[in-house]
Design a binder for this molecule. Sequence first.
Ligand SMILES: NC(=O)c1ccc[n+]([C@@H]2O[C@H](COP(=O)([O-])OP(=O)(O)OC[C@H]3O[C@@H](n4cnc5c(N)ncnc54)[C@H](OP(=O)(O)O)[C@@H]3O)[C@@H](O)[C@H]2O)c1
Length: 298
Amino acid sequence: MRILVVGGSNGNVAGALSRLGAPDFRIEAHGRPQVDLADPVSLRKAIEDARPFVVICAGAYTAVDTAESEADIAMEINGGGPGALARACVDADVPLIHLSTDYVFSGRKAGAYVESDPTEPINVYGRTKLEGERGVIAAGSRHVILRISGVYAPRGKNFVRTMLRLAKTREEIGVVDDQFGHPTYAPHLAQAMVAIARRLAEDSKAPTGVFHMTGQGEICTWRTFAEAIFELSAERGGPFAIVKPIATEEYPTPARRPANSVLDCSRVAAAYGVTLPAWRESLACCIDAIAAEGWDVD
Ligand SMILES: NC(=O)c1ccc[n+]([C@@H]2O[C@H](COP(=O)([O-])OP(=O)(O)OC[C@H]3O[C@@H](n4cnc5c(N)ncnc54)[C@H](OP(=O)(O)O)[C@@H]3O)[C@@H](O)[C@H]2O)c1
């Protein structure tokens, strides 16, 4: 089974996908400049060349704060790209797995978000990602849209690596303690995505639509998550810092973030039998992998 990943191999998820291996599938990851979500012709060509069984869209404009001042570029990539890719998938008769985000919600709901909850993005990035979801749905492709949250991996730009890097030079780090969610470990997500890709390739009646998929376990804040990072790191001889809980107002950013990012993942579990491990378990795998590479987080 051939899987085409749009987004190159540097990203958290695209990188994790391209490092997966098994005898029964081959992953081809392509990114800019050859395959660009802002260039529909390049997307069609990539599908023609790779002749994949399934396409995965793991590329995106992900600079949440910069998006506030680069709305046009972010909208072109996140809003227009997925729809163009989905239309190319329709023409090639190939299913598409597309990644979206918890940031399509306002974060004002009291409990976990289900897929049918009304969307209401509170920042530019969230608006562009919602537009991308709509483009995929409007194209009429066989699609699985996975909304994920708080992605981290042993490589790439992510919160875990940022915390470990900061701890090399700081004794104490202030971390936001009033935004709630479930972090998602890219290598475990990648395995689950391949399981979904297999079903889509083999079963023309495999479930389609929007699904939520994040790490499981107890709900955490960025502060709880940071404390767990340093605990696991210190146990393995890595960087450690004291975590000082702070409120969102004490860490002003150009883009507002939803306070509640908790996504109910039961729909994907029922449809595809996939549930990601508890985030503490996944985090230990991530810290092990970073330790094995000599704490190279710069
Ligand atoms: N990170 C999170 O916490 C998070 C949370 C929820 C949802 N998501 C979604 O999950 C997906 C994967 O996120 P991630 O954390 O893996 O992102 P990431 O680490 O920032 O990687 C994004 C990748 O997209 C590529 N890319 C950017 N612009 C592109 C374009 N025009 N055409 C093709 N590729 C392009 C980048 O490649 P170059 O810049 O090197 O070209 C990069 O490799 C995205 O759809 C994101 O919106 C992420």
